[in-house]
Design a binder for this molecule. Structure first.
Ligand code: SF4
Ligand code: FE
Length: 482
């Protein structure tokens, strides 16, 4: 079964036995839970579109291992064309879901590990790449969703992993056995965790020899014994329990994040891809981060939705011809397409690594993500400017449906005769969702902190810019000879 349908994906999740907690209670049926369901729907879209002929070119690829047609989310990039298609796929899915569709973290982990397992083996004669490729084939053949788990809780930021008062604040090895290792710790902010079949764990910061026990990477089925999920809550999340059709804003899709706890979890050796190889942690973190910063192409697609919503409310309000509104829409498009330039350029300027995997241009991927930490906030500000205050003072759907109050809402929130008050409320709720509600987790805070906070990109920009070349260019022009 190299490619699942959306329905098959849903059924495959039903078979998992995840230990999930939310609002202080164990969630037995994760798949049908109304708070979590929209996030599942968003991942399911990555399966659905792979079967749509119009999107096949972006959504599928040919496996370099088996030659079979696979979902691009399980693919190892074989060219810059693959990388560019990945960016375009991100925009497409962001536009179709209006939220975080979660599956990119796993794809980015697979690609980073394909490079780094190869690099460690070349230097140390270890068997990681062979193990990794076996795991990759399992992922491709079963069309699995993987959670890429990098961010540790990190405790006291001034201390390295081995100096933390509580040693579990970074995931580490607690026991080495003949048949594998036992690990303990947690990963925070795990996007799409309960919608995943597998968890790929990687270290989160560059390490020295003293941190060797923390230099570990492995993959586990998401329902392996000893793994616990505690769901993060999102602004306005309980609106999903109200059963309405409007107040959620986005009626179908959403994201999710969880704290994932590894409580003495056993990992067999064939699932271990890095073991105490502290000198390669930096490369793994950097390659994963570069790929994931490229993945923020998703926000361009969500930007498309927010711009479309802003234009729609302007038209509903009869304000679309005002020159300042037109100018604000132009500005939103300018910012959004500038983001698009970034995710396309880091892909088309990618290069082949010694493993054969193509990696994005690291400098440009970091420039792109740095822009993503800013532009969606400005786009959201402009959307709120155009939407007006009603976006947050609007009565509920139940008030619209009520015989006592519905008539007044209809009357006083009416704009043009051809615009239904109900539709005006719907689009305002969507803008609210994207800039203040559940989707703001993905469009705003995740834009800021996902794939590394702004400062992480600035460090990489400083490291990757060729300053000598720039100095030489300047000096040559004014006649300085060193
Ligand atoms: Fe993918 Fe974007 Fe969500 Fe990250 S924020 S997992 S890149 S959709
Ligand atoms: Fe993310």
């Amino acid at each position: 079964m190299p490619m699942m349908t959306a329905k098959e994906y849903e059924e495959s999740l039903r078979k998992l036995n995840l230990v999930v907690y939310m609002f202080g209670e164990r969630i037995k049926n994760v798949v049908d839970n109304p708070i979590l369901r929209p996030s599942l729907n968003a991942v399911a879209k990555t399966y659905e579109l792979a079967h749509v002929p119009e999107h096949e070119d972006l959504m599928t690829a040919t496996s370099h291992l088996t030659g079979k047609k696979i979902n691009r989310f399980t693919h190892i990039h074989q060219s810059t064309t693959d990388l560019v298609k990945k960016s375009k796929m991100g925009r497409l899915l962001g536009r179709k879901t209006g939220c975080c569709f979660q599956r990119c973290v796993g794809m980015d982990s697979l690609n980073a590990l394909s490079i780094v397992t190869h690099a460690i083996d070349a230097k140390k004669g270890t068997p990681y790449n062979k193990r990794f490729l076996k795991f990759l084939e399992h992922v491709q053949e079963n069309d699995l969703t993987c959670d890429g788990a990098m961010t540790d809780p990190k405790g006291d930021r001034s201390l390295p992993p081995h100096k933390q008062v509580d040693p579990d604040l970074y995931v580490h090895v607690v026991e080495e056995r003949k048949d594998g290792i036992v690990v303990r710790g947690a990963k925070a902010h795990q996007t799409g965790a309960t919608n995943s079949h597998e968890i790929i764990v990687m270290p989160t910061v560059a390490m020295k020899e003293e941190d060797a026990d923390y230099a570990v990477s492995f993959a586990l089925p998401s329902d392996a014994e000893g793994i616990y999920y505690i769901m993060g809550r999102q602004s306005c999340d309980t609106r999903k329990l109200e059963g309405g059709k409007m107040d959620q804003g986005n009626l179908y899709y959403g994201g999710q994040e969880a704290l994932v706890v590894f409580d003495n979890v056993f990992v067999p050796w064939d699932r271990v891809f890095m073991y105490k190889d502290y000198e390669f942690v930096g490369q793994l973190v950097e390659s994963f981060a570069a790929y994931h910063r490229q993945s923020y192409a998703c926000k361009v697609g969500v930007g498309d939705v927010i711009i479309g919503a802003s234009q729609t409310i302007a038209e509903y309000n009869g304000a679309e011809k005002a020159s300042h509104i037109k100018d604000k829409i132009i500005e939103m498009n300018h910012l959004n397409e500038t983001l698009y330039c970034g995710c396309i350029s880091c892909a088309s300027e990618g290069h082949k690594t010694s493993s054969g995997t193509y990696l994005v241009n690291i400098l440009l991927a970091n420039i792109h993500k740095q822009n993503v930490t800013r532009f969606p906030f400005e786009i959201s500000r402009l959307a709120q400017d155009i939407a007006g205050g009603l976006m947050v003072t609007l009565p509920s759907e139940k008030d619209l449906e009520s015989p006592e109050t519905g008539k007044w809402i209809e009357k006083y929130y009416k704009t043009r005769p051809d615009v239904k008050t109900r539709d005006r409320m719907r689009i305002l709720r969507l803008i609210e969702n994207l800039t203040l509600g559940t989707a703001a987790v993905g469009y705003l805070t995740e834009s800021m902190h996902g794939a590394g906070s702004p400062q992480a990109q600035r460090i990489m920009i400083a490291r990757n810019v060729n300053m000598e070349e720039k100095k030489k260019a300047a000096k040559t022009l004014c006649g300085i000879t060193d």
